[in-house]
Design a protein around this ligand. Structure first.
Ligand code: BGC
Length: 332
């Protein structure tokens, strides 16, 4: 009888074990909740960027792990964005990817993440160096060095046969259309484009106008239309901190009866498809690739590493690339 009982006990154990092993694969499938907040959805460049983040996360889904990605619109309102981040944290999200509305709010956000032990990847709007020293190994900034894009814009004009100096007086008369200063890209592109132009061309410069266009196409158009009315043929070059504003500038230039490459020059940054089209048909002098695809991938890779318990580097950088009529076809 004892033998039968112990045989029965063994049988039960085996059944139990099998049940356990059978149940395991279903229990093992992991869901990683990722919270993404973009400074505002109504931004040409950041729209491409966030779409690539979602696409790339989807490609990483496997039988073992699902990335559940929630992307929210910060509506250019820091209070709204902070609220979104608070909600992600309250719902115990595993990792955050944040495109700040206000770069100066980074410290507050980092403190919240640290208190909740949530890793956070900042993109596109760089927090200060001091803030990036906080919560080490658990926060990261993924971006491109805007000084480089500014320099490339300066070179695009300085490397023209006439160095953009249509009147031949050794001075480049220009208009600068500036992005939203909440992104340091605006400051650096404004400064370095002109410094590099002077260095490479050996010419002097005269700033006819500088206006803030907030990265926005309609504002770019309005600013350049007004400048063209005020300064007319005196304007030799228009520098825009991004392509959205350059697309607006191109519309204003055409409307004023001017022709890029003949009687005016125009440069942007981002290499949006519409801008690359204009460069390849000589309706824009050039642009600079702001590689949102590589930046999105690096941000996602960093988020995945953090979720897997790896220590993050404080910075991941992506290079800019000059786009001219000669190489534009490679960027389509
Ligand atoms: C891009 C702009 C964009 C801005 C948003 C910049 O790096 O060049 O097109 O509007 O980021 O912060």
């Amino acid at each position: 009888m004892k033998k039968i009982l112990s045989l029965f006990a063994c049988l039960m154990m085996v059944v139990g074990l099998t049940a356990c092993t059978n149940a395991e694969p279903a229990d093992e499938k992991k869901t990683v909740n990722v919270g993404v907040s973009i400074y505002k959805f109504d931004d040409n460049f950041m729209t491409l960027y966030r779409q690539e983040i979602e696409k790339y996360f989807k490609s990483l889904n496997t039988d073992e792990v699902t990335y559940n990605v929630t992307v929210q619109d910060g509506k250019n309102d820091m209070a709204e964005q902070t609220n979104q981040i608070d909600n992600f944290i309250a719902q115990d999200y595993d990792v955050l990817i944040i495109n700040l509305v206000q770069s100066t709010s980074a410290a507050t956000i980092i403190d919240k993440c640290e208190a909740a032990e949530t890793p956070c990847i900042f993109i596109n709007r760089e927090p200060s160096e001091e803030d990036m020293k906080k919560y080490e190994g658990m926060i990261s900034y993924v971006g491109a060095d805007a000084r480089q894009s500014g320099k490339m814009q300066g070179e695009l004009v300085a490397e023209l046969d006439n160095k953009g100096d249509l009147s031949g007086d050794g001075i480049l008369q220009y208009v600068m259309v500036v992005g939203d200063p909440e992104n340091v890209d605006a400051k650096y592109r404004t400064q370095y484009s002109i410094e590099q132009y002077q260095e490479v061309s050996g010419n002097k410069v005269e700033k006819l106008d500088e206006q803030r266009g907030d990265w926005d196409q309609a504002k770019g158009q309005e600013i350049v239309a007004n400048a063209l009315t005020q300064y007319g043929d005196k304007i030799e070059a228009v520098f825009c901190n991004n392509d959205a504003m350059a697309l607006g500038a191109a519309q204003a230039i055409t409307a004023a009866g001017r022709t890029v490459g003949k009687d005016i020059y125009l440069v942007g940054v981002d290499a949006l498809a519409e801008a690359v089209d204009l460069v390849s048909t000589d309706m824009m002098t050039g642009t600079v690739l702001n590689d949102h695809i590589t930046q999105a991938h690096k941000a996602v890779d960093a988020a995945v590493s953090a979720v897997n318990g790896e220590k993050l580097s404080a910075y991941y950088w992506v290079d800019y690339v000059k786009v001219t009529p000669k190489n534009a076809s490679q960027f389509k």
